[in-house]
Design a protein. Structure first.
Length: 80
């Protein structure tokens, strides 16, 4: 499987529709206005498409996608 950091960046970049997510892995994406609850659904869909892992929306907490680093940790647990 591809590098989880790169996977996280690709998925969040698709969900946020910006490459700003690549600039700072600790940037709070919600505070920066780059992600919202609708985009979190996109994260789940992209994750399933790229890895085949099926998750429920309740499996993904807001904290899991607040930053790139948090999302990498989430991926390590779920995909890993």
């Amino acid at each position: 499987m591809e590098n989880l950091q790169e996977l996280a960046l690709d998925i969040l970049e698709a969900a946020c529709e910006t490459d700003e997510v690549r600039e700072d892995p600790d940037l709070d994406l919600f505070e920066a206005g780059l992600i919202d609850s609708l985009a979190s659904v996109v994260v789940l869909l992209e994750l399933e498409k790229r890895t085949g892992v099926k998750l429920q929306p309740t499996d993904l907490e807001r904290e899991d996608i607040t930053t790139v680093n948090n999302f990498v940790k989430f991926l390590e647990k779920k995909v890993g």
